[in-house]
Design a protein around this ligand. Sequence first.
Ligand code: TPP
Length: 426
Amino acid sequence: QVKRFVAITLQDAHPDVTAYIDYEVQEIVRLAAATPAGPVHLNLPLRKPLMPVLGEPWPDVAAQTNVAAIEQIDLTALTAMITDKKVVILAGPLQKTVDVKLLQELAATKRFPIIADVLANVRGVAGVVNGIELLLQTEVIDDTLVPDIVIRLGSTPVSARVMTWVQDHTVAQIVVGKATVGKDYKRQISRQLHVDENVFLQALLASDVRANQEYLAEFSVLGQQVTKLMSSADHLNEITTAYAMRKAVPNSAIFVANSMPIRDMDNFFVPDHAVTVMANRGANGIDGTESTALGVATQFDQTYLITGDLTFFHDMNGLMMAKQYQLNLTVVVVNNDGGSIFSFLPQANAKDYFEEMFGTPLGLNVEKVANLYDATYHHPHTVQALEALIMQPMPGLNIIEITSDRAQNVLDHRQIQNELQALYND
Ligand SMILES: Cc1ncc(C[n+]2csc(CCOP(=O)(O)OP(=O)(O)O)c2C)c(N)n1
């Protein structure tokens, strides 16, 4: 009759194992103390002969603060703690229940820099930084800009680098909302405020909290670099395809497939006007993508799907629903004949196995798929032609094929990194 049972991992020298044990212990203690408080059961496995390593220091772990109601937050103390400090708001994927207008107002009036994940749906206003993965990768944002405190909203961001950045610099992380409750596997969070995000944002707006102006100025200038760079990119490729999605018709939805589309959208997408961006994050599968996009399409007048070719073929028959239920979906298929993400990973060095095991080209014809499902097929060759298609509502099922090449795609990404560094050095 315990509230929770946990079998702890066997300790070993890897710091991730210590972090995971720390997480399990803090989480189970939190649960034991949460109303209604009750017993928990921790199973602690030890190797025989049960002899401790004597004379060595214990791993350093700090207790996590957990707050379950807004009244329990000492706002005066919190305001004092963050005023004039280098504070960044990190908005990860947000649920619809969070009022993004409040977040944008916070950026505008209190002027904290906001690092916005593409799935936070808060981009496109001043003070909001997009492309954090690219900015960190190119060291345009470097260690001089490491914040003192990160206030996190939403779930885990698409950018893995931003999480490593704050973890490696042991930045204090305050997490607001319920999206991450029980998911602090790497034990990074110093305070969990399990309170309604909107109530918290309103309280912060009403307080006399002040951002560190110097930090803000530096951070915002660098945060605009990616957008500046994109405005002059005119060659049609995977990067400019993600950027072109900003032309999606107002109030439409863009469903983003995993693999490179979500990464490119996270780095390069800034909406021209209000659109809703969604994706299936978590296990980050390439399965069920058309089916999910068509589910989204039942709720919007116009929906877009941006996907790679393998993902597209994986759930191809989901397209049948567009015809059956007369849904409006425009699918942008970036066809590089295989999985281009692996060309960026260590797998790329396994030359003898690469194509068969990782590249996996299928050589299928997208236009024939379009014919099979009675879709209107388009094959633009310029950025302008693609944007012209995207910016108008398209009834029924439309498939826009973008021809790409995996090797060229790696070069395109390298080139934009170089251009960003050159722009920054100017
Ligand atoms: C169901 C499932 N199977 C396999 C994977 C592993 N996987 C991740 S990305 C990827 C390649 C996807 O290729 P594509 O859709 O063409 O996108 P690209 O990498 O070219 O952007 C694969 C196979 C996965 N994430 N989910």
